[in-house]
Write a protein that binds this ligand. Structure first.
Ligand code: SF4
Length: 326
């Protein structure tokens, strides 16, 4: 561990001032403290934002859902408004990490968490994300858990968040506050694919804070759910996952929102799957046909070729679980 200073902000103005002076925001600390212990991250100054009033869950005027960035994963998953409108969010949160971590970790921090690539966390390994230009040990190393979609020559690490998969599916918006005021960014534009700059992971600007996540209003009734496939049933990251939300009326699928996790360098929206579903009647055959599009554009590595087929099966199974077979 390296020496660092610690201050606790009591309001957003204090936090932004400290952030502008180079302070690194910390709330639950469930990712950052680990990375500091491993010397992967070495911030000279921490700004504790956990006391800021950003914990509310509210239904917006137009029927959307706004979730404060500092509410814990446990509280967000249990919130009645979240459970009623978007069970897919509660399911994704409850399948994440461990109960102890969910009690500490915040919604904002969950989105900002860094990859679980073992080479990223091993400071003796080459890693373009940790040290730009040094290389990527995973490309020719053991890459069973790595991405098959959205990869580049520079980095093939997956984004680890389950919640982020749901936010991608539901086309959420991120609310930010910085020295120049408040702004919003669509979730699709918030997390960045590695390209030639894998060290740049978010569209967040220097000293900006995430204040909330907003799910836009969707037609009712919207049935939704999250499936996570992993090597063991608890405290494990996804090999593949699928977030599905369907609006079915008059026997036809009117709206479909589908995204996948565990396979992309960012949560992977599946527009070809969605297009195949719209306007059709739910059936086992339809789920299988739509799922065939899930791995379009995949580039497997040496050890993770199984993910393309597993992804199709994950999507098919979750479409069936949410949409039924009427
Ligand atoms: Fe680093 Fe990305 Fe390569 Fe992992 S996959 S070693 S995070 S550059």
């Amino acid at each position: 561990m390296y020496p660092f200073t610690y201050t606790k902000a009591t309001n957003t103005r204090e936090a932004l001032n400290a952030g502008r002076s180079g302070g690194r925001y910390i709330a639950g600390g469930t990712t950052l403290v680990d990375l500091m212990r491993e010397t992967v991250e070495r911030p000279g100054s921490l700004v504790d934002i956990s006391a800021l009033p950003l914990r509310e869950v509210t239904v917006t005027k137009n029927g959307g859902l706004r979730i404060g960035a500092l509410i814990s994963m446990t509280e967000a998953a249990a919130h009645t408004a979240v459970r009623a409108a978007y069970p897919v969010i509660s399911q994704a949160l409850e399948l994440s990490a461990s109960a102890q971590l969910r009690n500490m970790a915040t919604i904002g921090g969950n989105i900002m968490q860094r990859t679980r690539c073992t080479y990223f966390r091993d400071v003796t390994a080459d890693c373009n994300k940790r040290e730009p230009g040094s290389g990527c040990a995973a490309r020719n190393g053991y890459n069973r858990s790595h991405a098959i979609l959205g990869t580049s020559d520079q980095c093939v690490a997956t984004h680890p968040s389950d919640l982020a998969v749901v936010l991608a599916a539901l086309e959420a918006t991120i609310h930010l506050l910085g020295p120049d005021g408040a702004r919003t960014v669509s979730f699709a534009d918030f997390l960045l694919k590695p390209g030639s700059t894998p060290n740049r992971e978010h569209a967040i600007r220097s000293s900006e804070l995430i204040t909330a996540v907003e799910i836009p209003a969707h037609p009712r009734p919207l049935k939704s759910g999250y499936l996570k496939v992993r090597d063991r049933q608890s405290y494990e990251f996804a090999l593949t996952s699928a977030a599905v939300a369907l609006h079915i009326r008059g026997g036809f699928i009117r709206e479909a929102k589908v995204a996948a996790g565990g396979v992309g360098t960012v949560p992977w929206k599946l527009p070809a799957v969605e297009r195949h579903l719209i306007g059709r009647r739910p059936s086992d055959r339809l789920w299988a046909e739509a799922a065939e599009y899930a791995a379009d554009g995949a580039h497997p590595l040496t050890h993770n070729g199984f993910k393309a087929e597993l992804l199709k099966r994950t999507v098919e199974r979750q479409l069936s679980a949410v949409g039924g077979t009427k």
